[in-house]
Design a binder for this molecule. Structure first.
Ligand SMILES: NC(=O)c1ccc[n+]([C@@H]2O[C@H](COP(=O)([O-])OP(=O)(O)OC[C@H]3O[C@@H](n4cnc5c(N)ncnc54)[C@H](O)[C@@H]3O)[C@@H](O)[C@H]2O)c1
Length: 254
């Protein structure tokens, strides 16, 4: 079960955290993995690890927010079977404390980046007679997380794009779903704790762990396992859905 033998998979932001775990697991299951990262350097750790494990992996330096770069990269990769739109950046702020430049930056990467990759991927899926897409949303799209205005806005758009694409391409054998993790322990979390809560890192880490009723953060491998299911033939009947993976965050938190 869950074989990705003979599948070509693109994972954006595959050089770190959740994307790295997805890239490694997909390669292990037999996929040829193409990591899209800001630089070759930011993909290197994942590429080295996958190669050392005997996996097939390529990296492409490309900013998902740049339309032309994304088009050229997908054309170079060619016909694909799987796309995981995972690249994303964090932001802390309420609407009145979010400067316009920050809002634009979050929209450019977390929303336009997903649009760019979907737009570039559809012709390549057609060459493969269909395929499957997983978009990385967040529980921020489901509930109001305090102080995450721009980020929540962007992830709400990711969920809506998922539905739109699932509907528009259902007749072309393309499935599209999204995953909504609660807090997962990755460099993304460590980075925004050290940037926004300097001097109170340990306290903040514990607070963020306890915000999941299960009492801890998720692990990148746990998100990768759900992504594998959604991208495998075993989930062939699943499309147009968002899957929370959240240690009880949405339903058990009160
Ligand atoms: N970690 C969490 O708690 C959490 C929770 C819910 C959702 N998510 C989402 O999961 C995804 C991955 O998060 P993570 O925690 O693994 O993050 P991460 O920061 O560890 O990794 C993200 C990767 O994306 C790459 N990237 C960023 N901007 C890019 C761009 N413009 N073009 C190409 N690559 C780019 C980065 O270089 C990095 O390697 C994000 O979309 C995030 O919003 C994370």
């Amino acid at each position: 079960m869950f074989s990705l033998q003979n599948k070509k998979a693109v994972v954006t932001g595959g050089g770190s955290g959740i994307g790295m775990a997805i890239s490694a697991l997909f390669a292990k299951q037999g996929a040829e993995v193409h990591i899209i990262e800001l630089t070759e350097e930011s993909a290197k750790m994942a590429v080295d690890e996958i190669k050392a494990d005997g996996g097939k992996v390529f990296s492409h330096a490309c900013n998902v927010a740049n339309h032309q770069e994304v088009l050229a990269t997908f054309e170079k990769i060619g016909n694909i079977n799987i796309l995981v739109n995972n690249a994303g950046i964090a932001h802390v702020g309420k609407v009145d404390t979010t400067p316009e430049a920050d809002f634009d930056r979050i929209m450019n990467v977390n929303v336009k980046g997903v649009y760019n990759c979907l737009h570039a991927a559809i012709p390549q899926f057609r060459l493969s007679n269909g395929g499957v897409i997983v978009n990385m949303a967040s529980i921020a799209a489901w509930v109001g997380i305090p102080d995450r205005f721009a980020y929540s806005t962007a992830k709400g758009a990711v969920m809506a794009m998922t539905l739109s694409v699932a509907k528009d391409y259902i007749g072309e054998n393309i499935r599209c779903n999204s995953i909504s993790p609660a807090r997962v322990h990755t460099p993304f979390v460590d980075g925004f704790i050290s940037k926004n809560y300097a001097g109170k890192e340990a306290e903040m880490f514990e607070k963020l762990s306890q915000s999941q009723p299960i009492g801890r953060m998720g692990k990148p491998d746990e998100i990768a396992a759900l992504a594998l299911f959604l991208c495998s033939d075993e989930s062939g009947f699943v499309t147009g859905c968002d899957y929370p993976i959240d240690g009880g965050f949405i339903k058990l938190n009160n």
